[in-house]
Ligand binder design. Structure first.
Ligand SMILES: NC(=O)C1=CN([C@@H]2O[C@H](COP(=O)(O)OP(=O)(O)OC[C@H]3O[C@@H](n4cnc5c(N)ncnc54)[C@H](O)[C@@H]3O)[C@@H](O)[C@H]2O)C=CC1
Ligand SMILES: CC(C)CC(=O)C(=O)O
Ligand SMILES: [Mg+2]
Length: 352
Protein backbone atom coordinates (compact mmCIF):
# COMPACT_ATOMS: atom_id res chain seq x y z
CA UNK A 1 0.00 0.00 0.00
CA UNK A 2 1.82 3.08 -1.23
CA UNK A 3 0.52 6.25 0.41
CA UNK A 4 1.66 9.74 -0.63
CA UNK A 5 1.54 12.10 2.33
CA UNK A 6 1.16 15.75 1.32
CA UNK A 7 0.93 17.83 4.49
CA UNK A 8 0.94 21.27 2.85
CA UNK A 9 0.53 24.56 4.68
CA UNK A 10 -0.76 26.04 7.92
CA UNK A 11 -2.22 23.35 10.17
CA UNK A 12 -1.60 20.72 7.44
CA UNK A 13 1.68 19.34 8.93
CA UNK A 14 0.24 19.32 12.48
CA UNK A 15 -2.87 17.33 11.62
CA UNK A 16 -1.00 15.02 9.22
CA UNK A 17 1.32 13.97 12.04
CA UNK A 18 -1.68 12.78 14.04
CA UNK A 19 -3.21 10.89 11.10
CA UNK A 20 0.11 9.09 10.63
CA UNK A 21 0.21 8.35 14.37
CA UNK A 22 -3.17 6.64 14.09
CA UNK A 23 -2.23 4.74 10.92
CA UNK A 24 1.00 3.57 12.58
CA UNK A 25 -0.98 2.40 15.62
CA UNK A 26 -3.08 0.17 13.38
CA UNK A 27 0.09 -1.76 12.46
CA UNK A 28 -1.09 -2.36 8.91
CA UNK A 29 0.95 -4.77 6.82
CA UNK A 30 3.10 -3.48 3.99
CA UNK A 31 2.50 0.24 4.17
CA UNK A 32 4.94 2.58 2.50
CA UNK A 33 4.70 6.31 3.19
CA UNK A 34 6.10 8.80 0.71
CA UNK A 35 6.26 12.47 1.68
CA UNK A 36 5.93 15.24 -0.87
CA UNK A 37 5.93 19.03 -0.95
CA UNK A 38 2.75 20.83 -1.92
CA UNK A 39 1.16 24.29 -1.69
CA UNK A 40 2.94 27.36 -0.40
CA UNK A 41 5.63 25.16 1.16
CA UNK A 42 6.37 23.68 -2.27
CA UNK A 43 6.33 27.10 -3.91
CA UNK A 44 9.00 28.29 -1.49
CA UNK A 45 11.18 25.24 -2.04
CA UNK A 46 10.63 24.53 -5.73
CA UNK A 47 9.02 27.67 -7.19
CA UNK A 48 5.74 25.83 -7.88
CA UNK A 49 2.82 24.76 -5.64
CA UNK A 50 2.57 21.38 -7.36
CA UNK A 51 6.10 20.35 -8.37
CA UNK A 52 6.47 17.70 -11.04
CA UNK A 53 8.05 15.27 -8.57
CA UNK A 54 5.06 15.56 -6.22
CA UNK A 55 2.66 14.87 -9.08
CA UNK A 56 4.79 11.91 -10.17
CA UNK A 57 4.71 10.53 -6.62
CA UNK A 58 0.93 10.87 -6.49
CA UNK A 59 0.54 9.11 -9.84
CA UNK A 60 2.63 6.19 -8.56
CA UNK A 61 0.85 5.95 -5.18
CA UNK A 62 -2.28 3.93 -4.43
CA UNK A 63 -3.71 6.80 -2.41
CA UNK A 64 -2.89 10.38 -1.46
CA UNK A 65 -3.42 11.69 2.06
CA UNK A 66 -3.65 15.46 1.83
CA UNK A 67 -3.52 18.02 4.66
CA UNK A 68 -4.38 21.48 3.39
CA UNK A 69 -2.90 24.25 1.27
CA UNK A 70 -3.19 28.01 1.52
CA UNK A 71 -0.90 30.69 2.84
CA UNK A 72 -1.84 34.36 3.22
CA UNK A 73 1.69 35.33 2.19
CA UNK A 74 1.05 33.75 -1.20
CA UNK A 75 -2.29 35.47 -1.83
CA UNK A 76 -0.76 38.06 -4.14
CA UNK A 77 1.15 35.65 -6.34
CA UNK A 78 -0.02 35.14 -9.90
CA UNK A 79 -2.97 32.76 -9.69
CA UNK A 80 -1.18 29.76 -11.26
CA UNK A 81 1.46 29.93 -8.52
CA UNK A 82 -0.92 30.15 -5.56
CA UNK A 83 -1.04 27.20 -3.13
CA UNK A 84 -4.70 26.41 -3.91
CA UNK A 85 -3.71 25.56 -7.48
CA UNK A 86 -1.98 22.47 -6.09
CA UNK A 87 -5.18 20.83 -4.88
CA UNK A 88 -7.09 21.90 -7.98
CA UNK A 89 -4.24 20.52 -10.10
CA UNK A 90 -4.17 17.19 -8.25
CA UNK A 91 -7.92 16.77 -8.55
CA UNK A 92 -7.84 17.36 -12.28
CA UNK A 93 -4.52 15.61 -13.11
CA UNK A 94 -5.58 12.48 -11.22
CA UNK A 95 -9.11 12.59 -12.66
CA UNK A 96 -10.70 12.74 -9.21
CA UNK A 97 -14.16 13.93 -10.21
CA UNK A 98 -16.21 12.54 -7.32
CA UNK A 99 -15.83 14.15 -3.92
CA UNK A 100 -17.66 12.33 -1.14
CA UNK A 101 -18.26 14.43 1.96
CA UNK A 102 -20.21 12.53 4.61
CA UNK A 103 -21.77 14.44 7.49
CA UNK A 104 -23.36 12.41 10.26
CA UNK A 105 -24.24 13.14 13.86
CA UNK A 106 -22.39 10.86 16.25
CA UNK A 107 -24.79 9.06 18.59
CA UNK A 108 -24.80 10.72 22.00
CA UNK A 109 -22.78 13.67 20.69
CA UNK A 110 -25.62 15.73 19.26
CA UNK A 111 -24.83 18.54 21.66
CA UNK A 112 -21.67 19.24 19.63
CA UNK A 113 -23.87 20.68 16.89
CA UNK A 114 -24.55 24.36 16.35
CA UNK A 115 -28.18 23.23 15.89
CA UNK A 116 -30.57 22.08 18.60
CA UNK A 117 -29.73 18.46 19.57
CA UNK A 118 -33.14 17.11 18.51
CA UNK A 119 -32.54 18.51 15.01
CA UNK A 120 -28.88 17.47 14.85
CA UNK A 121 -29.62 13.89 15.96
CA UNK A 122 -31.16 13.04 12.58
CA UNK A 123 -28.18 14.11 10.44
CA UNK A 124 -26.85 11.30 8.29
CA UNK A 125 -26.13 12.65 4.87
CA UNK A 126 -23.58 12.37 2.11
CA UNK A 127 -22.71 15.27 -0.17
CA UNK A 128 -21.51 14.06 -3.55
CA UNK A 129 -19.71 17.03 -5.03
CA UNK A 130 -18.50 17.16 -8.64
CA UNK A 131 -14.82 18.06 -8.49
CA UNK A 132 -13.38 18.49 -11.98
CA UNK A 133 -15.62 21.11 -13.54
CA UNK A 134 -17.80 24.16 -12.87
CA UNK A 135 -16.66 27.71 -12.32
CA UNK A 136 -13.42 26.54 -10.63
CA UNK A 137 -12.11 25.19 -13.93
CA UNK A 138 -13.78 27.50 -16.47
CA UNK A 139 -12.03 30.26 -18.38
CA UNK A 140 -11.23 33.15 -16.07
CA UNK A 141 -9.54 36.49 -16.20
CA UNK A 142 -9.89 40.22 -15.91
CA UNK A 143 -10.76 42.51 -18.79
CA UNK A 144 -11.77 46.08 -19.41
CA UNK A 145 -15.39 46.91 -20.18
CA UNK A 146 -16.27 49.34 -23.00
CA UNK A 147 -16.88 51.87 -20.20
CA UNK A 148 -13.27 51.48 -19.04
CA UNK A 149 -13.96 49.51 -15.85
CA UNK A 150 -12.01 46.45 -14.74
CA UNK A 151 -14.17 43.33 -14.89
CA UNK A 152 -13.40 39.89 -13.49
CA UNK A 153 -14.96 36.80 -15.01
CA UNK A 154 -15.07 33.06 -14.34
CA UNK A 155 -17.01 30.86 -16.72
CA UNK A 156 -19.39 28.33 -15.18
CA UNK A 157 -19.88 25.33 -17.46
CA UNK A 158 -20.74 21.64 -17.26
CA UNK A 159 -20.78 19.20 -20.15
CA UNK A 160 -23.39 16.46 -20.13
CA UNK A 161 -20.76 13.74 -19.73
CA UNK A 162 -19.40 15.45 -16.63
CA UNK A 163 -22.89 15.60 -15.12
CA UNK A 164 -23.71 12.04 -16.16
CA UNK A 165 -20.68 10.46 -14.47
CA UNK A 166 -21.19 12.24 -11.14
CA UNK A 167 -24.91 11.45 -11.32
CA UNK A 168 -24.09 7.74 -11.63
CA UNK A 169 -21.78 8.00 -8.61
CA UNK A 170 -24.54 9.67 -6.60
CA UNK A 171 -27.29 7.24 -7.62
CA UNK A 172 -25.06 4.29 -6.74
CA UNK A 173 -24.25 5.88 -3.38
CA UNK A 174 -27.99 6.34 -2.72
CA UNK A 175 -28.60 2.67 -3.59
CA UNK A 176 -26.13 1.72 -0.86
CA UNK A 177 -27.82 4.02 1.67
CA UNK A 178 -31.48 4.97 2.16
CA UNK A 179 -32.32 5.23 -1.54
CA UNK A 180 -32.95 8.98 -1.63
CA UNK A 181 -31.07 11.43 -3.82
CA UNK A 182 -31.55 15.20 -3.82
CA UNK A 183 -29.91 17.04 -6.71
CA UNK A 184 -29.04 20.62 -5.79
CA UNK A 185 -28.80 23.30 -8.48
CA UNK A 186 -29.89 26.78 -9.46
CA UNK A 187 -31.89 25.78 -12.56
CA UNK A 188 -34.31 28.67 -12.12
CA UNK A 189 -31.50 31.04 -13.15
CA UNK A 190 -28.49 29.19 -14.59
CA UNK A 191 -28.31 27.34 -17.93
CA UNK A 192 -25.52 25.21 -16.47
CA UNK A 193 -27.94 24.09 -13.78
CA UNK A 194 -30.80 23.42 -16.23
CA UNK A 195 -28.55 21.06 -18.17
CA UNK A 196 -27.43 19.52 -14.86
CA UNK A 197 -31.05 18.89 -13.88
CA UNK A 198 -32.03 17.49 -17.32
CA UNK A 199 -29.10 15.05 -17.32
CA UNK A 200 -29.72 13.92 -13.73
CA UNK A 201 -33.34 13.18 -14.70
CA UNK A 202 -32.13 11.19 -17.75
CA UNK A 203 -29.74 9.14 -15.61
CA UNK A 204 -32.48 8.50 -13.03
CA UNK A 205 -34.22 6.17 -15.51
CA UNK A 206 -31.46 3.64 -14.79
CA UNK A 207 -32.12 3.79 -11.03
CA UNK A 208 -35.85 3.17 -10.47
CA UNK A 209 -35.09 2.13 -6.88
CA UNK A 210 -33.77 5.60 -5.98
CA UNK A 211 -36.21 8.43 -5.15
CA UNK A 212 -34.90 11.54 -6.91
CA UNK A 213 -35.78 15.08 -5.86
CA UNK A 214 -34.45 18.49 -6.87
CA UNK A 215 -33.78 21.56 -4.78
CA UNK A 216 -32.46 25.03 -5.52
CA UNK A 217 -29.21 25.72 -3.73
CA UNK A 218 -30.49 28.67 -1.72
CA UNK A 219 -33.33 26.56 -0.35
CA UNK A 220 -30.90 23.67 0.26
CA UNK A 221 -28.73 25.95 2.43
CA UNK A 222 -31.80 26.85 4.47
CA UNK A 223 -33.11 23.25 4.67
CA UNK A 224 -29.71 22.01 5.88
CA UNK A 225 -30.22 24.11 9.00
CA UNK A 226 -34.01 23.75 9.32
CA UNK A 227 -34.22 19.99 8.90
CA UNK A 228 -30.96 18.30 7.85
CA UNK A 229 -32.44 14.89 8.66
CA UNK A 230 -34.49 15.03 5.45
CA UNK A 231 -31.36 14.44 3.34
CA UNK A 232 -29.78 11.12 2.45
CA UNK A 233 -27.50 11.78 -0.56
CA UNK A 234 -27.13 15.25 -2.06
CA UNK A 235 -25.45 15.64 -5.44
CA UNK A 236 -24.28 19.00 -6.65
CA UNK A 237 -21.64 20.93 -8.57
CA UNK A 238 -18.20 21.97 -7.47
CA UNK A 239 -19.03 25.44 -6.12
CA UNK A 240 -22.33 24.63 -4.41
CA UNK A 241 -20.86 21.45 -2.90
CA UNK A 242 -17.89 23.36 -1.51
CA UNK A 243 -20.16 25.83 0.26
CA UNK A 244 -22.85 23.41 1.46
CA UNK A 245 -20.31 21.01 2.94
CA UNK A 246 -18.72 23.71 5.13
CA UNK A 247 -22.24 24.52 6.29
CA UNK A 248 -23.03 20.86 6.96
CA UNK A 249 -19.92 20.62 9.15
CA UNK A 250 -21.35 23.05 11.67
CA UNK A 251 -24.62 21.12 11.68
CA UNK A 252 -22.58 18.14 12.92
CA UNK A 253 -20.34 20.15 15.23
CA UNK A 254 -17.21 21.58 13.66
CA UNK A 255 -15.34 21.89 10.40
CA UNK A 256 -12.59 20.04 12.25
CA UNK A 257 -14.70 16.86 12.08
CA UNK A 258 -15.57 16.44 8.40
CA UNK A 259 -13.52 14.19 6.13
CA UNK A 260 -13.64 13.64 2.40
CA UNK A 261 -12.70 11.20 -0.33
CA UNK A 262 -11.97 12.32 -3.88
CA UNK A 263 -12.27 9.42 -6.29
CA UNK A 264 -11.91 8.79 -10.00
CA UNK A 265 -12.13 5.72 -12.14
CA UNK A 266 -8.64 4.32 -11.57
CA UNK A 267 -8.55 1.07 -9.67
CA UNK A 268 -5.58 -0.12 -7.66
CA UNK A 269 -4.73 -3.60 -6.42
CA UNK A 270 -6.86 -2.94 -3.32
CA UNK A 271 -9.68 -0.56 -4.31
CA UNK A 272 -10.26 2.81 -5.93
CA UNK A 273 -7.37 5.22 -6.13
CA UNK A 274 -8.18 8.44 -4.34
CA UNK A 275 -7.11 11.55 -2.50
CA UNK A 276 -8.32 11.95 1.05
CA UNK A 277 -8.45 15.26 2.86
CA UNK A 278 -10.38 17.13 5.53
CA UNK A 279 -12.96 19.51 4.07
CA UNK A 280 -11.34 22.47 5.80
CA UNK A 281 -8.39 24.58 4.72
CA UNK A 282 -5.02 25.47 6.20
CA UNK A 283 -6.53 27.59 9.02
CA UNK A 284 -3.68 30.14 9.15
CA UNK A 285 -5.36 31.82 12.13
CA UNK A 286 -4.50 28.87 14.39
CA UNK A 287 -1.49 27.38 12.58
CA UNK A 288 1.58 26.55 14.65
CA UNK A 289 -0.31 26.64 17.95
CA UNK A 290 -1.09 22.94 18.30
CA UNK A 291 -4.73 23.98 18.50
CA UNK A 292 -6.17 22.38 15.36
CA UNK A 293 -8.56 19.48 15.60
CA UNK A 294 -6.96 16.57 13.67
CA UNK A 295 -10.13 14.45 13.69
CA UNK A 296 -11.20 15.42 10.14
CA UNK A 297 -7.73 14.43 8.94
CA UNK A 298 -7.82 11.16 10.91
CA UNK A 299 -11.31 10.39 9.57
CA UNK A 300 -10.01 11.10 6.05
CA UNK A 301 -7.38 8.42 6.65
CA UNK A 302 -10.25 6.10 7.63
CA UNK A 303 -11.98 6.87 4.33
CA UNK A 304 -8.71 6.03 2.57
CA UNK A 305 -8.58 2.64 4.29
CA UNK A 306 -12.16 1.96 3.18
CA UNK A 307 -12.08 3.21 -0.41
CA UNK A 308 -8.51 2.72 -1.59
CA UNK A 309 -7.45 -0.30 0.46
CA UNK A 310 -10.67 -2.25 1.06
CA UNK A 311 -9.97 -2.28 4.80
CA UNK A 312 -13.49 -1.65 6.10
CA UNK A 313 -12.74 -3.10 9.53
CA UNK A 314 -9.77 -0.82 10.10
CA UNK A 315 -11.73 2.18 8.83
CA UNK A 316 -14.55 1.41 11.26
CA UNK A 317 -12.03 1.00 14.10
CA UNK A 318 -10.64 4.47 13.47
CA UNK A 319 -14.13 6.00 13.27
CA UNK A 320 -15.16 4.29 16.50
CA UNK A 321 -11.98 5.51 18.23
CA UNK A 322 -12.72 9.10 17.21
CA UNK A 323 -16.31 8.81 18.48
CA UNK A 324 -15.07 7.27 21.73
CA UNK A 325 -12.51 10.03 22.26
CA UNK A 326 -15.26 12.62 21.83
CA UNK A 327 -17.58 10.70 24.15
CA UNK A 328 -14.76 10.70 26.72
CA UNK A 329 -14.59 14.49 26.47
CA UNK A 330 -11.46 14.76 24.33
CA UNK A 331 -12.40 17.93 22.49
CA UNK A 332 -10.41 20.61 20.75
CA UNK A 333 -11.06 24.33 21.08
CA UNK A 334 -13.32 24.17 18.00
CA UNK A 335 -15.71 22.05 20.08
CA UNK A 336 -15.35 24.11 23.24
CA UNK A 337 -12.70 21.83 24.78
CA UNK A 338 -9.08 22.19 25.78
CA UNK A 339 -7.36 19.24 24.05
CA UNK A 340 -4.53 20.14 21.69
CA UNK A 341 -3.81 18.60 18.31
CA UNK A 342 -1.34 16.05 19.69
CA UNK A 343 -3.54 15.18 22.71
CA UNK A 344 -6.36 14.35 20.33
CA UNK A 345 -4.16 12.22 18.06
CA UNK A 346 -2.82 10.27 21.04
CA UNK A 347 -6.32 9.86 22.52
CA UNK A 348 -7.65 8.42 19.25
CA UNK A 349 -4.66 6.08 18.81
CA UNK A 350 -5.13 4.81 22.39
CA UNK A 351 -8.78 3.96 21.71
CA UNK A 352 -8.23 1.87 18.59
N1 LIG B 1 -8.41 21.79 0.36
C1 LIG B 1 -7.71 22.82 0.80
O1 LIG B 1 -6.49 22.71 0.93
C2 LIG B 1 -8.39 24.08 1.17
C3 LIG B 1 -7.66 25.20 1.33
N2 LIG B 1 -8.23 26.38 1.74
C4 LIG B 1 -7.32 27.50 1.98
O2 LIG B 1 -7.07 27.58 3.38
C5 LIG B 1 -6.78 28.94 3.74
C6 LIG B 1 -7.68 29.39 4.88
O3 LIG B 1 -9.02 29.44 4.42
P1 LIG B 1 -10.26 29.74 5.36
O4 LIG B 1 -11.30 30.33 4.50
O5 LIG B 1 -9.84 30.44 6.58
O6 LIG B 1 -10.84 28.28 5.74
P2 LIG B 1 -10.33 27.22 6.79
O7 LIG B 1 -11.18 26.02 6.61
O8 LIG B 1 -8.87 27.03 6.71
O9 LIG B 1 -10.67 27.89 8.23
C7 LIG B 1 -11.95 28.41 8.52
C8 LIG B 1 -12.09 28.54 10.04
O10 LIG B 1 -12.21 27.22 10.59
C9 LIG B 1 -11.17 26.97 11.52
N3 LIG B 1 -10.68 25.59 11.30
C10 LIG B 1 -10.45 24.99 10.12
N4 LIG B 1 -9.98 23.76 10.31
C11 LIG B 1 -9.92 23.56 11.64
C12 LIG B 1 -9.51 22.48 12.45
N5 LIG B 1 -9.07 21.31 11.94
N6 LIG B 1 -9.57 22.63 13.80
C13 LIG B 1 -10.02 23.78 14.33
N7 LIG B 1 -10.42 24.83 13.61
C14 LIG B 1 -10.37 24.74 12.28
C15 LIG B 1 -10.08 27.99 11.21
O11 LIG B 1 -9.30 28.26 12.34
C16 LIG B 1 -10.90 29.18 10.71
O12 LIG B 1 -11.32 29.97 11.79
C17 LIG B 1 -6.99 29.76 2.46
O13 LIG B 1 -5.73 29.97 1.88
C18 LIG B 1 -7.84 28.87 1.60
O14 LIG B 1 -7.71 29.12 0.22
C19 LIG B 1 -9.56 26.44 2.05
C20 LIG B 1 -10.34 25.33 1.92
C21 LIG B 1 -9.84 24.07 1.41
C1 LIG C 1 -9.63 24.95 -4.07
C2 LIG C 1 -10.06 24.76 -2.65
C3 LIG C 1 -9.46 25.82 -1.79
C4 LIG C 1 -11.54 24.62 -2.60
C5 LIG C 1 -12.17 24.28 -1.30
O1 LIG C 1 -12.45 25.10 -0.47
C6 LIG C 1 -12.51 22.87 -1.01
O2 LIG C 1 -12.28 22.01 -1.81
O3 LIG C 1 -13.09 22.62 0.06
MG1 LIG D 1 -14.00 24.38 0.85
Amino acid sequence: MKIALLAGDGIGPEIMEEAVRVLDALRLPQVTFWRGDVGGAAYRRHGHPLPEETLKMCRAADAVLFGAVGDPECDNLERHLRPEQAILGLRSELGLFANLRPAAAMPGLEDLSALRPEIARAIDLLIVRELNGDVYFGEKGTRTTPGGQREGYDVMAYSESEVRRIAHTAFRAAQGRKGRLCSVDKANVLETSQLWRDVVVEVSAEYPDVALSHMYVDNAAMQLVRNPGQFDVMVTGNLFGDILSDQASMCVGSIGLLASASLGEQQTEFGTKGLFEPIHGSAPDIAGQGAANPMAMILSAAMMLRHSFGREEDAARVEAAVAQALADGVKGADLGGTAGTKDIGIAVAERL
